[in-house]
Design a binder for this molecule. Sequence first.
Ligand code: ATP
Length: 355
Amino acid sequence: MITTTGLTKVYRSGGRDVTALDGVDLHVREGEVYGVIGQSGAGKSTLIRCLNLLERPTSGTVTVAGQDLTALAGNQKRANAALRAARSHIGMVFQHFNLLSSRTVQDNVELPLEILKVDRNERSRKALELLDLVGLADKAKAYPAQLSGGQKQRVGIARALAGDPKVLLSDEATSALDPETTRSILQLLRDLNRQLGLTIVLITHEMDVVKTICDSAALMKNGRVVEQGTVAELLATPGSELARELFPVGGEPSTDDHTVVDITFHGEAATRPVISELARTYNVDISILGAAMDTVGGKQIGRMRIELPGRFEENVVPIGFLREQGLQVDVADTVNTADAAIPAPAAALLEEGAK
Ligand SMILES: Nc1ncnc2c1ncn2[C@@H]1O[C@H](COP(=O)(O)OP(=O)(O)OP(=O)(O)O)[C@@H](O)[C@H]1O
């Protein structure tokens, strides 16, 4: 639904160039909720603003629903009209709602339809339908100042849906809201995604948001996407920073003379009793140091940190067994760095063990 290739944005600021986006290749599938996460200054806002050409990229392309928006962006009147038409199929929700205080809730939702020159009766019908969809049918005549933060964001979402968008972009839509209201807005976004088949790209700095509603995620650092994929793919990627943040497992190893292993369960492997099989097959005592299980997109996913007696060299075969079960297995390099990917020599030994 959305593809960017080599997307680059350089700002000229105070006589020097700031590269906010540095060759971003993004792939968002139709109907998914896609989270972009990263620290302040990573380039998230710039990216989302480039997706609907609110910000004009310095180079690279943005294609939404098969249409190359960057090709439409020109200075001629016709190009602008084409871009406006394409943009009407991309809704946007903002952190601070951006409602007009002098307009009623209904009139705020009608605004994009006025710009699209939809007639008065149709505008009114559509706005009331959308307010009903976001649970605010009784607030049509209220003014933004009379609403709570969560209600304001519901109006912002209804307004974003006015042009029947295929894509909804959300720029930190829940950052200004308390945890309870955040949950209800995320639930609303999830419901809209399912009911309307809406593709949603949301940017956030909160891992919990990604965990609650995202099917896929990308991690941004210094204007680059350093990891991206479905949650299951990320979990299956050795050393994935996103996977580690999504499913942190704590637990300190007891002594140096043990091997600490982080196991990621997803798909069919999540439902099999692999730990007890391991203990029985190899007659080994296993300590569980930490674990986190969750349901993501209706599938059980989790991580577990276990400790096996003996050094790594003595555990090559049991670890090989775990990998044969289709589990993602990361062996701690040394004590307290158990989240590290399998170190190269260890990986070589594991392959030996598997033979
Ligand atoms: N209009 C601008 N002019 C100059 N530099 C800018 C402009 N907008 C953003 N930048 C710079 O581009 C980089 C990326 O900023 P951006 O706002 O996209 O990051 P972000 O990840 O969204 O951060 P935050 O979470 O704090 O909003 C930063 O170094 C920022 O200072």
